[in-house]
Design a protein around this ligand. Structure first.
Ligand code: AVI
Length: 354
């Protein structure tokens, strides 16, 4: 267990994207469109969320000089199943490393967090991770948050039967469109649980905004338990995002199929290949799809030619040092910050109090 220095709120600037928290810098062209949106989103989240929604957001990405697709398009039914498969791959250490921290340090974690909290599970999915904490944390209330509340209900029905002493509710929320819990979420002693290093899929600027929202939603005596993937050797990260079996490739290319069904476009996945690697300068794993040949892609009301070898950026997965992420939490308004890491120091679980 590590208690991170409470006086140190300055963010170490190893990661160039984190400097964007302080000042607007010249950036490579392909970052610029995204960065502008990031900055605007911080100022007027709601307006931007309305503007950059569904079809509009997709079209803006596909028509940008450096094309991009929002990462949420990975997660249709097949994409979610492929992501589950990724978490079992030998190269994808994140899920196992986080689980190892929980199984070794749960006693310590439970002492830090205390029992009887109102546990709010962001991106709950099958609720498995949170449910594994019930015995130790003994929450008074469990709120599972995911895109679809209907999907959560089946799982919650089973959990209610298993844990009759815990009140449970499901909440459907698209967290990429700002975070504000309804009044039905109990106010006192909130513990927001955000595992899996999903925070890495935000740019550091967006992560800072999102963490501030989480801090606000923690209310007075709450806290945040969050999983974060740490910076490590490039070869390990390259393999994690480009596995030998090609499951990550299928996950990435499937986004094109999903875009076809949302937009009515005619991407042919056979024309594209997966590209996944660690960008050391930016401290992030990147995924792209790259054309094998020149192709014309059409959708109702538009089209675009992609030259052979051209890429569409599909995901960033930022990696942090313990100090960087601790500083980010404190800047978001959290007070004491504690971290646990796995044996190899590849992954960290942070507990920060509001
Ligand atoms: C969901 N998220 C934390 C995963 C990650 O590692 O960034 C998504 C993923 N992309 C490729 N493999 C897994």
């Amino acid at each position: 267990m590590l208690q991170l220095d409470e006086n140190k709120t300055e963010i170490p600037v190893e990661n160039p994207d984190m400097r964007g928290l302080e000042l607007v810098r010249e950036t490579p062209q392909r970052e610029r469109a995204r960065r502008t949106t990031d900055a605007l989103r911080l100022r007027n989240r709601e307006a931007i969320a309305r503007l950059w929604n569904g079809r509009e957001e997709l079209l803006a990405g596909l028509n940008a000089p450096q094309a991009w697709i929002p990462a949420k398009y990975f997660y249709d039914t097949l994409g979610s199943q492929l992501f589950d498969a990724i978490t079992s791959l030998p190269e994808y250490y994140l899920t196992r490393s986080e689980a190892a921290i929980f199984s070794r340090d749960i006693g310590d974690i439970a002492r830090a967090v205390g029992t009887g909290c109102n546990l709010i599970d962001l991106g709950a999915g099958n609720c498995e991770k949170a449910a594994s904490l019930f015995a130790s944390l003994k929450p008074a209330h469990y709120v599972a948050v995911d895109l679809s509340a209907d999907y959560l209900e089946t799982t919650l029905a089973r959990l209610r039967h298993q844990f009759p002493d815990i009140a449970m509710s499901g909440l459907g929320l698209d967290m990429t469109e700002g975070l504000s819990f309804p009044d039905s979420v109990p106010d006192s002693r909130r513990l927001i649980f955000y595992p899996g290093s999903s925070i890495g899929n935000f740019t550091p600027v967006d992560a800072a905004g999102f963490l501030s929202d989480l801090r606000r939603e923690c209310r007075q005596h709450g806290g945040l338990l969050i999983g974060v993937d740490l910076i490590k050797e490039k070869a390990i990260l390259d393999a994690a995002y480009d596995d030998a079996l090609g499951v990550t490739a299928a996950f990435n290319l499937n986004a094109l199929n999903n875009v076809n069904s949302v937009l009515g476009s005619d991407f042919d996945v056979r024309d594209w290949r997966h590209c996944g690697f660690y960008n050391q300068t930016m401290s992030r794993a990147e995924m792209h799809v790259e054309t094998r040949l020149a192709v014309d892609v059409s959708w109702p009301g538009g089209s675009r030619r992609f030259e052979a070898g051209e890429r569409i950026h599909t995901e960033n997965s930022y990696k942090y040092s313990l100090e960087e992420f601790g500083a980010l939490l404190r800047r978001a308004g959290f007070r004491s910050v504690t971290a646990w890491t796995d044996q190899r120091n590849w992954f960290a679980l942070f507990y920060a109090t509001a």
